[in-house]
Structure formats: C-alpha cells, structure tokens
Design a protein around this ligand. Structure first.
Ligand code: AMP
Ligand code: ZN
Length: 120
C-alpha cells in the first residue's frame, strides 16, 4: 500500500517542499499548483498533492479524499487562471506509454484557447 510519504529523489516532492524552485499558481495545506516548465498550451499548470503517490489511480485507491481534493483544486486553478468559463482540459498521464515522466501524481490543467485533439 502506498502511504503518501515523501520520496527523497522525487522532483515533485522537492518542488512541493520548496527545495526546487517553481512558479507557484496556488498552494493549500495539501495541494501545490505551479507552471509547467515546458508549456503545451497558452496556460499549462500542474497540480499535485503534497503527498507522494505515483499516479492518479494509486492516489484514488489509497487516499480517495485526496483524489477528490486534487480534482477540486484543478478546478480552483482553472478559475484562478481565468479558464473556467471557456473550458480547459485536465490530464493525468499514467505510465510510460502515456508519456508520464514524473512518477508523482500530477494533473495537467491546459487551456487558454481551443486545444488540439488528443489520443495519438
Ligand atoms: P508527465 O509527462 O505527465 O509526467 O508530466 C511531467 C511534466 O512536468 C512535463 O509536462 C514537464 O514539462 C514538467 N516538468 C518537468 N520538470 C519540471 C519543473 N522543474 N518545473 C515545472 N514543470 C516541470
Ligand atoms: Zn513525490
């Protein structure tokens, strides 16, 4: 069972702890939202729980309240970025074939204009 404890070599645990700099969008006691360093849309933010879980499914299985809180926080980030009215995309890449490169669960919040189709 994953327990949410910090992982020493995890980049996003370090960002949440302030040990690696990031451009902060919002922070709460349990969540941290920051700008993606390599944006794929006009607005591209990442939202993470401070607790370490490898991906969205592991988070939901072990800490369902935190999984719900992460989605709610993604909505708050979208509001803060002015995306709520026109819409936005929330993406959880899960595993290598999906392009997941950081194995600390993160919601991509993308918007700012019409987004391209996806799935290829
Ligand atoms: P994924 O490919 O779903 O695992 O997403 C990881 C995301 O983290 C990518 O979009 C990267 O551009 C982003 N990223 C990697 N390092 C940093 C960093 N130091 N600060 C902000 N975003 C980062
Ligand atoms: Zn982590």
């Amino acid at each position: 069972m994953a327990d949410g404890k910090p992982v020493a070599e995890c980049l996003f645990c370090k960002i949440a702890a302030g040990q690696v700099p990031a451009t902060v969008v919002r922070e709460t006691e349990s969540m941290f939202a920051f700008k993606d360093i390599n944006p794929q849309a006009g607005v591209h933010d990442l939202v993470i729980p401070r607790a370490h879980y490898a991906n969205a499914v592991e988070l939901a299985a072990n800490a369902p309240d935190l999984a719900a809180a992460l989605l709610i926080e993604a909505g708050e980030v979208a509001k803060a970025e002015g995306l709520a009215e026109d819409g936005y995309r929330v993406v959880f890449n899960t595993g290598t074939h999906a392009g997941q490169t950081v194995f600390h669960v993160h919601a991509h919040v993308l918007g700012g204009d019409f987004l391209s189709t996806f799935g290829s």
